[in-house]
Design a protein around this ligand. Structure first.
Ligand SMILES: Cc1cc2nc3c(=O)[nH]c(=O)nc-3n(C[C@H](O)[C@H](O)[C@H](O)COP(=O)(O)OP(=O)(O)OC[C@H]3O[C@@H](n4cnc5c(N)ncnc54)[C@H](O)[C@@H]3O)c2cc1C
Ligand SMILES: NC(=O)c1ccc[n+]([C@@H]2O[C@H](COP(=O)([O-])OP(=O)(O)OC[C@H]3O[C@@H](n4cnc5c(N)ncnc54)[C@H](O)[C@@H]3O)[C@@H](O)[C@H]2O)c1
Length: 468
């Protein structure tokens, strides 16, 4: 029986990163994947979605072509071609991921991983079963789409996002999107730009459950409205079907909406099916998420869990941060604690939203006195030159110490700019560093510098921000 120091089950961003870090730190590592290498993020999530988001942006930006001196035939989106484009990107990335794991000496197993006991894991492949032994293991099995009661999937007609990326884009231009979460908000924009006629149904205000400020959500909703993308509110789907080739959904009052196909974007649930957790002490909560302590260790010593399967923060950034933490904990003295507040969150839609840390209420609850630094992209030379002055950078700092408490960026490249606020845990230093480091001009990043300077000018935090 083969023996490993660390076995990882699942090859999404969490599992992949844990395998890389374990190997780089000299450990004998195996990773097990039952499906396509790279998990949800690479094959059915972040990577192909951002590829489409980029295409959508190009189409949206074509509104400005004439004014910039680009003239010629009108452009239109072709979603089937866009699907092919993301596939090529995904396949290239997947190959480089698996190559890197092999070069690092990680043992790759293709098959279903299932605990036989706390330190024995069976891998079921088409060829049979192999059992391996390990000192520690990491459950990184991610999540699967969650559907409301009454939703019935049908290939090519009623689907969730995994089916969209696995099977291709169905025929027909009238699409119904159900759900006002991140996927619904991102895809309502992407599909519209790619030439679809979108009917967007939400049972509560889009992104209501996320921690973005009302100003950020309003800025996004305004940008969507400008593109004629508006949600039908108060529509909770409780039934669905296909009649005469048309897909439909209905609410409890019997009201129907129909189109060529339907995309359900109604959340995701933890993926633990077939994992054999009953052969261990690992417990799940009432929603099915794997329970861990703050060190991400389960009730079974030596078994850790990371990413979507732990929840409730289901994004690749959290899975990556978790992976770094558990490898430190497995190899060190098990003392690092999960800190989701300082992992960036993003939405990629008509504008990008990015946030990190606390908002004003949370900061006050923690006993801080938050001051707000603000800069809009309205007069940024870079934003003006890009014909896109929507959005702002907002920074919260503590009046008593100048410590960064949180930040939010709305607008183009917010997903890149947020890194200026996420680097390092020395949050009393971050704003001083931003205010005093050499910058590239003209850039959007300068608006973070400007927001920092307003903390000095308006709130008197200069002594912290400009101190030697
Ligand atoms: C449409 C969409 C867009 C998204 N966009 C973004 C984005 O822009 N930014 C962002 O940060 N997040 C995004 N996300 C969320 C992100 O994809 C997930 O949070 C992330 O993939 C979670 O990573 P993970 O490692 O926990 O699990 P996953 O990526 O889900 O990977 C888990 C892997 O484990 C495998 N597995 C499960 N059980 C077993 C078993 N028993 N044996 C072997 N293998 C097993 C699965 O096959 C899967 O490959 C998006 C998600 C979706 C659906
Ligand atoms: N940029 C990113 O980081 C990113 C992008 C996409 C997805 N994700 C993650 O993937 C996961 C899944 O995304 P999601 O948007 O499906 O989930 P979500 O949990 O963000 O939102 C689900 C939405 O569906 C709605 N809903 C639920 N039942 C409904 C019903 N019967 N009728 C109408 N609406 C209903 C909810 O009110 C909610 O608005 C999330 O956890 C999300 O964070 C992250």
């Amino acid at each position: 029986m083969k023996e490993f120091d660390i076995v990882i089950i699942g090859s999404g961003p969490g599992g992949y990163r844990a395998a890389v870090l374990g190997a780089l730190r000299g450990k004998k590592v195996a990773i097990i994947e039952k499906d396509t290498w790279g998990g949800t993020c690479l094959n059915r999530g972040c990577v192909p979605k951002k590829d489409w988001h980029e295409t959508a942006k190009w189409i949206e930006n074509s509104r400005h072509f004439a004014g910039r001196g680009i003239v010629g035939a009108a452009l239109r989106g072709d979603m089937a071609q866009a699907w092919q484009h993301q596939r090529k990107v995904v396949e290239t990335v997947r190959e480089s991921y698996t190559d890197y794991l092999k070069r690092l000496g990680v043992q790759l197993y293709q098959g279903l991983g299932s605990y036989r006991s706390a330190h024995e894991i069976a891998i079921q492949t088409n060829a049979g079963e192999e059992i391996i032994q390990t000192h520690s293991s990491v459950i990184a099995t991610g999540s699967v789409p969650h559907l409301p009661q009454g939703a019935q999937l049908q290939a090519g007609k009623i689907l969730h996002s995994d089916m969209l990326f696995d099977d291709g884009v169905p025929a027909g231009d009238r699409v119904i999107i159900v759900g006002g979460g991140v996927i619904g908000t991102e895809f309502a924009y992407i599909f519209t730009q790619l030439g679809k006629e979108v009917r967007w149904l939400v049972n509560s205000a889009p992104l209501h459950h996320l921690r973005y400020s009302p100003q950020a959500k309003d800025a996004l909703m305004d940008a969507l409205k400008e593109l004629q993308i508006e949600a039908r509110h108060g529509f909770a789907v409780s039934d669905s079907g296909v009649d005469d080739g048309k897909a439909w959904v209905a609410n409890a009052a019997g009201e129907r909406e129909s189109g060529d196909w339907v995309l359900f974007a109604t959340g995701r649930s933890a993926h633990t099916a077939g994992l054999g957790l009953e052969n261990t002490q690992v417990a799940t909560d009432e929603l099915g998420f794997v329970q861990t302590n703050a060190h991400l260790e389960t009730a079974e010593s030596g078994i850790y869990a990371i990413g979507d399967v732990v929840g409730p923060y289901m994004n690749a950034n959290q899975a990556l941060a978790d992976a770094t933490l558990v490898i430190d904990n497995i190899l060190g003295d098990n003392c690092r604690e999960r800190s989701p507040l300082w992992v960036p969150e993003l939405v990629y839609s008509a504008v990008e939203l990015a946030r990190i840390g606390m908002d004003e209420d949370a900061a006050e609850d923690e006993g801080f006195e938050p001051a707000v630094g603000f800069a809009a992209f309205e007069t940024s030379p870079r934003a003006l030159g890009q014909d896109d002055t929507r959005g702002f950078a907002r920074i919260l700092a503590d009046m008593d110490s100048g410590e960064l408490l949180g930040g939010e960026i709305v607008g183009r490249d917010a997903g890149e700019l947020i890194h200026l606020l996420s680097q390092g845990s020395d949050r009393e230093e971050i704003l001083r560093r931003i205010a005093n480091s050499p910058v590239n001009h003209p850039t959007r990043a300068e608006e973070l510098l400007n927001a920092t300077e307003t903390l000095a000018a308006r709130w008197g935090l200069g002594e912290f921000i400009f101190a030697e």
